[in-house]
Every structure is written in structure tokens, then in C-alpha cells.
Design a protein around this ligand. Structure first.
Ligand code: NOJ
Length: 481
């Protein structure tokens, strides 16, 4: 079945590809500060130069045209545009770079899909408290308003945040990513509260000031992996799996796509634990009725980043020391019977992806869904011959999306592969490559070379995946679900 209008694309993010970390007046981001501290990243790598995309927009455009993608998802570096986070610090040279990129895409008939914030908060804003500070809502609003006014004549697909769960939990709960705050009981909830309000505000700004003239859409890229209960015949395990999804995806999706409020499972669990701790109120902040109304329905489509599936089982942590399961009483494990990838924990589980899409469909009233990130990694020694990936996981994954689309009535509108090119992979530095193009990071010119998977993806897109129907099964339908 041909998928006319299906949005095939590739993705990247500013800090991971741009480099030019202090070029032409750009301000520092929390990632610049973090990576410049020795010992933070594998091999002390940083994004100072990365793929040098800031100076190589033409090369990126060339790759995108050669791939014949319909869309390119990338993010804007807030400190490149507003070096100290506020409009007063506007850096026109940063704006020029994005204008060049966006104009190049439009001229090539490639739809720009723009993420407004992919983790690289201006350091100056972190210095006044970052996402824990409620004043970030106004700063973010000011930044987005400027971006809509400046780029919105050509950009029609906006995502406010990339993976707010990671900002809230991994950066402020586990403390693994900058700003490195390890306060799992409180900070993630406060941060998420601010992120959700900031998102809603930006959605309304677009609605009130730009939608009529620009006619685009606004969403948010959430992330989740499918979680399979350890034992589907045990009620407690099934409930634990559902709770895990609510704590990760529902945390943001429930307020935005359902009723403006957190999922019951979260309210109950965090409230109960807070009570047992003798606290006067739940550590999970509450929205007022007015806020709920304001937040509900603030996304035009559902954007999801997803990479793997896990097995979940119930544990009773009660008031044990803070750990992953502190408030949710679940523990996750890898599916060790599924193909492994270079990045630990990211096993490829196509049937899990199908279930995740169906869960979203059921839970949120059958929204239009875009997979805004999905992919798999190889180690950095793999250059152009990433045959495993080409013949294995990506094949199965791509096929499964389409099965979900065709068989289950999931309204899947697009698939955006991560990633256009190998890039700075956060804590893993350059030791892992997600790219369809290899980048030689030892060469000053950062030459890009298509991997076999780029050719393969090109074919998938050209044929709308029709020619890649479950080659591993005789019936032509998939054998793994
Ligand atoms: C999610 C993030 O959005 C992206 O920045 C990262 O590189 C990929 N996952 C792979 O880890």
C-alpha cells in the first residue's frame, strides 16, 4: 500500500552537529559548560566542532537532497540566537545561519521540522536556576515568539521540547546530564511542571499570533519505550507496566493530550509516598483548574521518539533511598532475547514498537502520530558498511511502523530516522554512530560519506516501504508480533 503524503525524514540536533560553539557571538550553553569540564564525557569529547554543520550547511543540504527526504528535523540553538537567553542579546549572525539552512531546505523541497529546544539551555539562564526557576517560562516564550516571527513564514512544523522527560528526570533527578542535579524526589517534578506550562504558553502564542497567517502546527517530541509486563497473567505486573508508561510518557502526554492534569497513577503514587514521608503536601505539584484548561489540547499531533522496549516488574520500594523506582515502584530490565545495538540497553524490538503505537492510539484517542526519532547505533569503528543495521533492525522497524499503520488503524503520518549523520552522542561522545552518513571526526573538514543504510533508507522512502514487506516471513506479514 502506498503511503501518499507520508512524511519520511531524518533528524539531528544543534549541539550534536553544529560545532562553532563560540563562533560569531554565540553564547555558551549548559552543554558547553558541562563538556568543558574534564571527565564529563567519554574521551573528554565535546561539541566544540562536532560535524561543523555551522560552517557546512551546504554539505548538509547536499546530503539531504541526495537522500531525497521529504523532511529534515533539526533544532535551533537558543544561545546562538539569544546568547544570554534574552531577546535583548539577539545575535543576528545566528539568525542568518538558520535562515540559510531553512531557505536551502525550502528551495530543495524539503520540509523543515524545527525543535525549539533540544537540551542546550543558555548557560546564563542556568545561572539563575534553569528549568527549576519558573521565570524560564517567560524566557522560553520570548525565544519561541521570536522564532515564529522570524522563521514561521517557512517553518510549518514546530516542536517545543525534545524529550522533556530527559530534561526533567535524567538531568535533574539522576543528575547524569547537565545541569547535573541529583534530586530525584523533587527537582524533576518542579522542572516538568515548568516545562509543561512553558509548552502550553508557546502553543497559545502560536495560536493567537501566528496560526492564522502561517498555518503551521505545534507539538512536542516526547519519548517512551514500550514496557512489557514481566508476567502478563499477574495483575500487579500488568499494572506496574502501565504505571511505568504513565510515569514516563503520561507525565507529559496526559496533561497535554488528555485533561490538563497528571495521570492518576502518578498523583496517587507520589501523593501517597509524600504522605508516608510526613510531608504536608505531595511532592508532585498541582495545576489549578485554570491551568488545566490552558494546558489541555496544546498539541496538534503526537510526536514520539522511541528506540527500544523493556521488561518491567513491580517492586515495593516504599521509602527506600532514592533510586529509579523511588516513586513508581517498578524496575526495568532489558529484553535480552532481542538484537543488541552498540548503545547499551537499546535493543531492537519491533513488536514492542507496534504495541507502543497502539497504546498511544488507545490512551490518547487515536491522534495523528509522527515518529520523530528512531534508529540504531553502531560503534565508531563501523564506517560505511553497517550491513547489520541495513539488513536487520531498521528493516524490521520500518516494516512494523507500516503494519501498525495498516493493520491497527494507527494514524501514523511520518517517520523521521535518527540520524542524518554521525554526531556528538552526549555522554558517549563520538564513540557511537547513529548516522546514515559517516563523519570522519579526525579530519578537519569532517567529510561525510553515506553508509549502506543511507542507500537502504533511500530505497525504503522511494518505495514507501512497500518493497520491504517482511522478508523474513513466508506469509508476507510479520512473524514477530
Ligand atoms: C534521543 C535524543 O533526542 C537524541 O539527541 C539522541 O542522540 C538519541 N536519542 C540517541 O541517543
Amino acid at each position: 500500500m502506498a503511503l501518499w503524503g507520508f512524511e519520511w525524514g531524518v533528524s539531528s540536533s544543534a549541539y550534536q552537529v553544529e560545532g562553532g560553539w563560540n563562533a560569531d557571538g554565540k553564547g555558551a550553553s549548559v552543554w558547553d559548560t558541562f563538556t568543558h569540564k574534564p571527565g564529563s564525557i567519554v574521551n573528554n569529547a565535546n561539541g566544540d566542532v562536532a560535524c561543523d554543520s555551522y560552517h557546512r550547511a551546504d554539505e548538509d543540504l547536499y546530503m539531504l537532497r541526495a537522500l531525497r527526504v521529504k523532511s529534515y528535523r533539526f533544532s535551533l540553538s537558543w544561545p546562538r540566537i539569544f546568547p544570554d537567553g534574552s531577546r535583548a542579546s539577539l545575535n543576528q549572525q545566528g539568525v542568518n545561519y538558520y535562515n540559510k539552512l531553512i531557505n536551502g531546505l525550502v528551495a530543495s523541497n524539503i520540509t523543515p521540522m524545527v525543535t525549539l529546544h533540544h537540551w542546550d539551555l543558555p548557560q546564563a539562564l542556568q545561572d539563575i536556576g534553569g528549568w527549576e526557576n519558573v521565570s524560564m517560562i517567560n524566557y522560553f516564550d520570548e525565544f519561541c515568539d521570536f522564532c515564529f516571527a522570524t522563521f514561521g513564514d517557512r517553518v510549518k512544523f514546530w516542536m517545543t521540547f525534545n524529550e522533556p522527560y530527559v530534561i526533567a528526570w535524567v538531568a535533574h533527578g539522576q543528575g547524569l546530564l547537565p545541569p547535573g542535579i541529583k534530586n530525584p524526589g523533587y527537582a524533576p517534578y518542579q522542572v516538568a511542571h515548568n516545562l509543561i506550562k512553558a509548552h502550553a504558553k508557546v502553543y497559545h502564542i502560536y495560536d493567537e499570533r501566528y496560526r492564522k497567517t502561517q498555518g503551521g502546527l505545534v507539538s512536542i517530541s516526547l519519548n517512551a519505550d514500550w514496557v512489557e509486563p514481566k508476567d502478563v497473567d499477574v495483575f500487579r505486573e500488568v499494572a506496574a507496566a502501565d504505571r511505568a508508561l504513565q510515569f514516563r510518557l503520561g507525565w507529559f502526554a496526559h496533561p497535554i493530550f488528555k485533561n490538563g492534569d497528571y495521570p492518576d497513577a502518578m498523583k496517587w503514587m507520589v501523593g501517597n509516598k509524600s504522605e508516608l514521608q510526613g510531608l504536608p503536601a505531595s511532592r508532585l505539584p498541582a495545576f489549578t483548574d485554570e491551568e488545566k484548561e490552558y494546558i489541555q489540547g496544546t498539541a496538534d499531533v503526537f510526536c514520539i521518539n522511541t528506540y527500544t522496549s523493556e521488561i518491567v516488574h513491580h517492586v515495593t520500594s516504599l521509602l527506600s533511598p532514592p533510586s529509579y523506582d523511588y516513586d513508581q515502584d517498578v524496575r526495568e530490565a532489558e529484553m535480552d532475547d532481542s538484537p543488541a545495538t552498540a548503545m547499551k540497553g537499546l535493543r531492537v524490538v519491533p513488536w514492542g514498537l507496534r504495541r507502543l503505537l497502539n497504546w498511544i492510539k488507545e490512551e490518547y484517542g487515536n491522534p495523528e502520530i509522527y515518529i520523530t526519532e528512531n534508529g540504531m547505533s553502531t560503534d565508531s569503528k563501523t564506517t560505511v558498511d553497517d550491513t547489520d543495521r541495513e539488513t536487520g533492525a531498521e528493516n524490521m522497524n520500518c516494516h512494523l511502523f507500516l503494519l501498525a499503520h495498516n493493520l491497527d488503524g494507527v494514524k501514523l503520518k511520518g517517520y523521521i530516522a535518527w540520524s542524518l549523520l554521525d554526531s556528538f552522542e552526549w555522554l558517549n561522545g563520538y564513540s557511537i554512530g547513529f548516522g546514515l552518513h559517516h563523519v570522519d571526526f579526525n579530519h578537519p573538514e569532517r567529510p561525510r560519506t553515506p553508509k549502506r543504510s543511507a542507500h537502504y533508507y533511500y530505497d525504503i522512502m522511494r518505495n514507501n516501504a512497500a518493497a520491504h514487506r517482511a522478508p523474513w516471513s513466508r506469509s508476507g506479514s510479520c512473524s514477530c508480533c
